[in-house]
Design a binder for this molecule. Structure first.
Ligand SMILES: [Zn+2]
Length: 355
């Protein structure tokens, strides 16, 4: 009986044996409030999407997270959708719509994960998750086809006047196999990691409201309405990004991330000591890309080149990174290449450096 009662009351995250860094892009709370304003009298919600990182992943170095713990970064969410059921006491998302959006997001970045959900009780004043909410989240995190071992559930208690006031939303962590769940509200860190899925979700600054769940009647229509006003959404952009991501993964294993600044995508592959990043065109029709090689955080090479000749520049960038690495290796033996990189490229890298 006691166990049953505890099941509906969260334990403080700091008392949990599960350690996790939870990072949110700064804009996510504004996007949540945008959705709530569309449906002020009923419950609303969305599916969080983002990334999972192993402890010590170099992509997170600049955020000064604890390198002993895994981390999640939530960059966006899939809106509830046009056929969601919304009442003052219930929210049921439009699953077909969210699945279609998620597949689009996955095409753009296969590393994307569904990491949880948020919903609101602002219309009924309930300040906690309902027993039904809690049971549902326990079920979801333990499903075989749900990939991650954790699920973050956020609850909007009321619509704040100031979105930066901390008390309007609570966050709860559910962990696969655990019989309890955790209050993570004080554990959240806000960072800048803008979504690259803004055209799909309707959440990027300049594409805000181009695609909204209320302006379209079904998933197919939403996808048809998608404009290709930015390079990375064009056919050329999508195939170049997919191709380069495969290439980077061969070099850097899973340490490859895509970030967006305004409407430009940058793909970065890195180890603890070196990074190569490629910044792609902004507008459809633009052809120039910029490549930068960094060593210990210092840029050692910049290359500008035509998109169609980028492979030549990648070779130069890799040679520069390897050269620098060879110099470092002579003074230190602690540097390690990712295993696939070593296996696949040892012969080409040694010949590049040997001359
Ligand atoms: Zn609820």
């Amino acid at each position: 009986m006691r166990r049953k009662l505890n099941r509906y009351h969260p334990i403080q995250m700091r008392n949990s044996r599960h350690k996790l860094e939870i990072l949110f892009d700064r804009s996510v709370s504004f996007y949540i409030l945008d959705e709530l304003r569309k449906h002020p009298a009923v419950e609303e919600g969305g599916k969080y999407i983002g990334y999972i990182f192993e402890p010590g992943n170099p992509s997170l170095q600049k955020f000064e997270v604890n390198s002993r713990d895994p981390a999640i970064v939530i960059t966006d969410f899939l809106p509830g959708g046009p056929k969601a059921v919304r009442t003052a006491v219930e929210f049921m998302p439009d699953g077909e719509y969210q699945d279609a959006l998620f597949r689009r997001a996955e095409e753009l970045d296969p590393a994307i994960e569904h990491l949880g959900t948020w919903h609101s009780h602002h219309a009924n004043g309930l300040q906690t998750l309902s027993p039904g909410d809690v049971e549902g989240y326990f079920r979801t995190v333990n499903k075989a086809h749900y990939r991650p071992d954790l699920f973050l559930a956020s609850l909007v208690k009321h619509i704040p006047i100031n979105p930066e006031s901390p008390d309007w939303i609570d966050h709860f962590l559910f962990v696969r196999g655990a019989d309890e769940y955790y209050l993570a509200t004080g554990h959240i860190r806000v960072i800048d990691w803008p979504t690259i899925f803004g055209i799909q979700t309707g959440h990027s600054q300049q594409h805000r409201r181009v695609v909204t769940s209320s302006s379209a009647t079904n998933a197919a229509e939403v996808l048809r309405e998608r404009p290709s006003s930015v390079w990375y959404e064009t056919e050329e952009g999508r195939s170049a990004l997919a191709e380069d991501r495969r290439f980077f993964r061969e070099q850097f294993d899973s340490n490859v991330i895509a970030t967006r600044r305004d409407s430009q995508i940058t793909l970065t592959g890195q180890t603890a000591y070196k990074a190569i990043s490629v910044t792609y065109p902004r507008n459809p029709g633009d052809k120039e890309i910029a490549i930068s090689v960094q060593q210990h955080g210092v840029a050692i090479l910049h290359i500008h080149c035509e998109l169609s000749y980028r492979k030549i520049s990648f070779t130069a960038a890799l040679a520069a990174a390897q050269y620098q690495l060879a110099v470092d290796c002579s003074s230190s033996s602690s540097i390690k290449l990712p295993s696939t990189s070593r296996a696949n490229h040892s012969s080409s890298s040694s010949s590049a450096v040997g001359g």
